[in-house]
Design a binder for this molecule. Structure first.
Ligand SMILES: Cc1ncc(COP(=O)(O)O)c(C=O)c1O
Length: 404
């Protein structure tokens, strides 16, 4: 008797043997994408409401991105930061225009961007001859898995196996402005916060909390790090959510959407902090190479001149309205809907794990975060019709889950 092993089973078996098992993967293998659609190894089609956790910001197989990176590959991919190339300055100039932060340090991921921000803050205080070590971070924060970024990430599950982490980090509740003001002192180097907490369950900071950050910084001289890795670069319908909240960061971390699928991270730096940084203070071999910068330029051009940010504002209404309708339709299952732009969390009355396979069975990709939250981070160029179709599918998926 012969048994046939599918291509997918082969993929699984090879990984099980040779890939370090740090991810509990959903048993599905995507082989192709087109816009908001993904296709698996069996040829089935899905609407992608996750976009690779906010990375495929222009959807899959975007012709402009494909053309730009293919062209770049035939010219020059990488030369290192020992030399100039024309593209880093162009990306930095565009980011400065969007953010008001005059300078950029390029790296390769969100965690690296956060790491750079933490180091730049320490360097600022060191240069001023007043070394401050302490960071204030928020409960339900997520900033990445490297040691510095993990030190300001609140989730015990991620932290415990790797302790001791940076000792000088205090966490405050994300909805208690008075507690924040009380925690920040003349010893605080910086406050770090996501203007919309992503992994923590899609929790936008309140205006009152943002005002408390500004007040605490003004009172103590502490710097502010805005982590816009997940919520930045148009996802809220504005370039950055810190600006919408009236926050005035000294450094900003970026990643995910910037390369539209090509790995790139960035730390945006104010002139005040930039003045304290010297040659050799920080660096990375790959950071801001020609390939990554070409992808970022393509993304930023689409975002602004290509109307993608306007699209977010438009389609945001579909998500807001339809998700609130879903909450009324499934009151025993849905506790709360939170979000804005194209970052949404549907908080359930129970663990959200079962929504992922239910979504797959109904042709829609979503993700569970913070135990009970179904997170949606669709491509920024999803159309209203696609959004409606995807939410119809999510509705059907929720309908199969039964009451809590
Ligand atoms: C707000 C925030 N900061 C940092 C990171 C870390 O980014 P990366 O996974 O690219 O290292 C993430 C990733 O989810 C994030 O959401």
């Amino acid at each position: 008797m012969t048994t046939t092993v599918s291509a997918f089973e082969e993929t699984q078996a090879r990984e099980a043997k040779h890939v370090l098992q740090t991810y509990r993967r959903t048993p599905i293998s995507f082989v192709r994408g087109q816009g908001v659609r993904l296709f698996d190894s069996e040829g089935r089609e899905y609407f992608d409401l996750l976009s690779g956790i906010g990375v495929a910001s222009l959807g899959h197989a975007h012709p402009g991105v494909a053309r730009a990176i293919a062209e770049q590959a035939t010219e020059l991919l990488h030369t290192s930061n020992l030399f100039f190339h024309p593209l880093q300055g162009q990306v930095a100039e565009r980011l400065a225009a969007l953010s008001g932060m005059p300078r950029t340090f390029f790296c390769n991921s969100g965690a690296e961007a956060v790491e750079a921000c933490l180091k730049f803050v320490r360097r600022y205080w060191y240069t001023r001859g007043e070394p401050r070590a302490e960071f204030i971070a928020l409960e339900e924060s997520f900033h990445g898995r490297t040691f510095g970024a993990l030190s300001v990430t609140s989730d015990e599950h991620y932290r415990a196996p790797f302790e001791p982490l940076l000792p000088s980090v205090k966490f405050v509740p994300n909805d208690d402005p008075a507690a924040l003001v009380a925690a920040v002192t003349a010893k605080t180097a910086a406050i770090i916060a996501e203007p919309v907490q992503g992994e923590g369950g899609v929790r936008p900071l309140t205006p009152a909390f943002a005002a408390a950050i500004n007040e605490a910084c003004a009172k103590t001289g502490a710097l502010f790090i805005a982590d816009e890795v997940q919520c930045g670069l148009g996802r809220t319908g504005e370039p950055f959510h810190f600006a919408t909240l009236g926050l005035k960061p000294h450094v900003v971390s970026l990643g995910k959407a910037l390369g539209a699928g090509v790995p790139i991270g960035a730390a945006l730096v104010s002139e005040e902090v930039a003045k304290t940084i010297s040659y050799g203070d920080h660096g990375t071999t790959y950071g801001g190479n020609l390939l990554a910068c070409r992808a970022a330029l393509t993304f930023l051009t689409e975002l602004v001149e290509g109307g993608v940010m306007d699209n977010v504002k438009r389609v945001s209404g579909v998500f807001s309205e339809r998700l609130h309708v879903l909450a009324r339709k499934h009151p025993q299952l849905i506790k709360e809907v939170r979000g804005l732009g194209l970052i949404w969390g549907v908080d359930l009355t129970r663990d959200a794990s079962a929504v992922v396979p239910a979504g797959i069975a109904n042709g829609v990709i979503v993700n569970r975060t913070a135990d009970t939250v179904v997170r949606l981070l669709p491509p920024l160029n999803i159309t209203e019709a696609e959004a409606n179709e995807a939410i119809d599918r999510l509705d059907r998926a929720l309908g199969t889950m039964g009451a809590a």
